[in-house]
Design a protein around this ligand. Structure first.
Ligand SMILES: [Zn+2]
Length: 348
């Protein structure tokens, strides 16, 4: 889930990618594009050749079009009728973990995921839960009118309905674990901020990075404050980008959205610059005390529908918390409303 489109100087690989048709992106690695019913209309999952079968990295959302795309893909000659023998999920977001339970049943494989991501996803179990309702308090505290906040939550369907019941058999991946898959060794590289303990996989020998959502070529991953998550995720994200920029020589990056590319260090620099610009913009805007809700037009110069508004509020709060964490803004709370302003006498 991502909200900000960016212009980029990265070099896309010349590939035609169609929903449900696996495409070879490196020896022994297939990219499979699956549909999503959102503004961001697709996710890439990857099949890594693993002996007589495949290791799957991410699974897609559980809805009819996604299952239909899987049916086409599994019958494709490139997959060759070989089974999925292992399943890894980069992080807990529904488009990544949605079909993990479905694959687990079908192939009798455990789910491999970091402990931090499993902790969040194991809360998906309650089908009656709509996380948007848990966000109303956060939105009101950050300046949204109470009636508006409630109406927005009520108008937003929960994406949890598109997650197949999760697998029971789970193995934890830890930072720097090295996984042998086929002839390759992949190191687990942890990214924080977009999700609590997102796992990317890096193969040093062949210079390939499965970047998940942590580094994407055309959009910046959503970095949001949620009621039950870290309160300064943007600082965490910017810090963990520092572990990604130096990876490899100029690795082939295989992301979860849009196409494979080269130019990882360039892309990391672009994403840093984007956040630096947005932080400076808000710092400037907060010459007088502002709520996150008042900051939205500074960050998003377009109308926001329900789902986008949830992510936009999260992003605005994340940027304000990052500025407060760095001492560039002060946070005050009066009558239950949080406002942010530059410390007295400072100029930007
Ligand atoms: Zn994600």
């Amino acid at each position: 889930m991502n909200t900000v489109s960016t212009v980029s100087a990265v070099r896309p690989e010349p590939l035609t990618i169609e929903i449900g048709t696996p495409v070879s992106v490196a020896p022994g690695i297939l990219l499979l594009r699956l549909p999503l019913p959102f503004a961001l209309d697709h996710i890439n999952v990857y099949l890594l050749e693993d002996g007589a079968g495949w290791t799957l990295v991410d699974t897609g959302l559980d809805w009819a079009d996604s299952r239909a795309a899987w049916a086409r893909a599994l019958a494709h000659p490139l997959v060759g009728g070989r089974p999925i023998r292992r399943m890894i999920v980069t992080h807990h977001h529904p488009d990544h973990i949605g079909l993990a339970g479905w694959h687990a049943l079908r192939w009798s494989v455990p789910l491999e995921i970091s402990a931090g991501e499993w902790k969040v996803s194991s809360r998906y179990g309650d089908p009656a839960r709509n996380p948007h309702f848990e966000r109303i308090g956060l939105w009101i505290e950050n300046g949204m009118a109470p009636d508006d906040a409630r109406a927005r939550a009520e108008g937003m369907p929960s994406n949890l309905r598109m997650i197949h019941p999760l697998p029971q058999d789970v193995r934890y991946l830890a930072p720097n674990d090295v996984l042998g898959i086929g002839g390759r060794r992949w190191r687990c590289v942890v990214g924080r901020g977009h999700a609590p303990e997102h796992i990317a996989l890096f193969c040093v020998e062949d210079d390939i990075l499965l970047s998940g959502d942590h580094v994407l070529p055309r959009i910046s991953p959503n970095i949001s404050v949620w009621p039950d998550g870290p309160q300064n995720p943007l600082a965490q994200y910017l810090e963990s980008l520092g572990d990604f920029a130096p990876l490899g020589r100029d690795p082939l990056v295989l992301p979860s959205h849009h196409g494979p590319f080269r130019g990882l260090a360039t892309r990391v620099a672009e994403i840093r610059e984007l956040h630096a610009r947005r932080l400076a913009l808000l710092e400037d805007f907060c010459g007088t005390p502002r709520t996150a809700h008042e900051c939205l037009p500074q960050l998003f110069n377009r109308p926001l529908n329900g789902q986008q508004m949830a992510f936009a509020m999260g992003e605005a709060i994340a940027h304000l918390h990052c500025l407060a964490g760095a001492g560039r803004l002060e946070r005050t709370r009066r009558d239950g409303i949080a406002r942010f302003h530059r410390p007295d006498g400072s100029a930007t």
